[in-house]
Design a binder for this molecule. Sequence first.
Ligand code: NDP
Length: 265
Amino acid sequence: MTAFQSRRRWAGKTALVTGAGGGIGRATALRLAEEGAAVAIVDVNRRAAEAVRKEVETAGGTAAVFVADVSVDADCAGTVAACEAAFGRIDVLVNNAALLEPGGAVDGLSEADWDRVIGVSLKGVFLMSRHVIPRLRAAGGGAIVNVASVHAFATMPKTAAYAAAKGGVVALTRQMALDFAADRIRVVAVAPGAVDTDMLRGGGSASDEDLVRAGFPMDGRSIGRVGEPSEIAEVILFAASEQASFVTGSTIAADGGLLARLVQA
Ligand code: NDP
């Protein structure tokens, strides 16, 4: 018996995870597969997505790669149809793909940069959801987990498009939860704080010291650490699971206490 066959809470279910080639998406795909789900690894980055598929399969799980740009409607429609054809059903959608960069204040952002960040990080949630919802409805229900950010609630300088996108994701989560409650579709957002991924490291340019500065207290004093992708994946899995059957429309922060703090000591 492989490691993945010993725990099968998600056996027979299919989960579609966008941005699954990257840090948090990869960790989520691996945990879902570990629990028995067939996982659709959706990413614009084929190489990263294939690497995650191999990891899942090596551990005894089931996965397929779908290369797509979530800001393009035709890509989303094609991906959802191909996922359904491959696995026969869709039970969970994790809208995780997003872009932090290009950053800037509103007077320093080009229209194209604004459109790109909003297109992937907010419109991508709309596009993927609109294609998955009819499948969830037809199946009698399901769950959508939107990965937002603490930037929806408190931000830092020169992050205008990303902060606006993540605020939009939280609002859209509430909206979809109301609109599809009668279809037994739960919609929940998870808002991570600083998490050690390529996005936080700016594609590799941030040092460990930078990461410590980005870290926030879990004990009221600075323990100076950022989160691990696996710590966010656990919250995403909970939000998507039957254990969260009375949770919908809300946003769960997983931020090591970042939003609880008024100033950095
Ligand atoms: P990563 O950058 O590590 O991974 C994101 C993945 O999404 C990459 O594989 C990326 O490909 C892919 N991607 C980018 N654009 C698209 C697109 N248009 N369509 C499909 N896939 C795309 O990000 P994280 O794992 O850090 O972030 C995951 C989520 O968590 C995001 O929603 C992010 O906003 C959120 N989050 C992250 C935090 C953090 O500190 N890391 C904090 C708060 C929220 P490529 O590598 O080619 O760009």
